[in-house]
Design a protein around this ligand. Structure first.
Ligand SMILES: C[S@@+](CC[C@H](N)C(=O)[O-])C[C@H]1O[C@@H](n2cnc3c(N)ncnc32)[C@H](O)[C@@H]1O
Length: 182
């Protein structure tokens, strides 16, 4: 009986975490698996680069990209920032078994409040953000980033940045917008 009650409570807790607008204003929806190789390609992985997924979900992009960096023997650093504690837990578990775990950081936090600059382990001129968030949040996030950081690249999945021309657009299952020198 106690176990049944625990399962029911857990179930409701998960529903609340995934549906609460306050806890997760941008719903969890992973980047399409079929577009992963295109996404990793435009992240343009290099030595001394930092790749940050703002709202990383279950980390599908970060973990696949860091696998690629590992295979290419690159020291690229990966940071996954996420507000949903269940997705954080999933990423922490995935990280434990990842061959490139020393280069992956999982951060529980709010992308609108976190001090990104403080998270960067070195002053990288090669800083790339990955975003898959609704267009009305994109503008706010970019504005915040630009206040703190000079010159970064950005890959936006599905949605373009308002008023900024992308350097290129990749046509996968969904569009991938690439921005440089923001
Ligand atoms: C559309 S999903 C994209 C997930 C992942 N980037 C991907 O491409 O597979 C957006 C993610 O942002 C997270 N999120 C929403 N608001 C957030 C916030 N304020 N701070 C950090 N993460 C947030 C959600 O929990 C969700 O996992």
């Amino acid at each position: 009986m106690n176990i049944l009650l625990f399962i029911i409570l857990l179930f409701f807790l998960i529903i609340i975490l995934f549906s609460s607008k306050k806890l997760s204003p941008i719903p969890y929806f992973p980047s399409n698996k079929k577009d992963l190789s295109l996404i990793i390609n435009v992240l343009d992985l290099k030595n001394n680069q930092i790749v940050v997924d703002l709202g990383a979900g279950d980390g599908i992009v970060i973990f696949n990209a860091s696998q690629k960096a590992f295979e290419k023997k690159l020291n690229t650093q990966f940071i996954a920032i996420e507000i949903n504690p269940i997705l954080i837990l999933i990423m922490q578990i995935k990280r434990l078994f990842h061959p490139n775990k020393k280069n992956i950081k999982i951060i529980y936090g709010d992308i609108f409040k976190i001090d990104i600059k403080q998270l960067l382990s070195f002053d990288s001129k090669l800083l790339t953000f990955y975003l898959y968030v609704s267009p009305w949040y994109l503008e706010k996030i970019i504005k915040n980033l630009k206040l703190k950081i000079k010159n970064f690249s950005l890959v936006s999945y599905f949605y373009p940045l308002p008023k900024i021309k992308p350097k290129k657009i990749i046509f996968g299952v969904n569009k991938i917008y690439v921005y440089k020198n923001l």
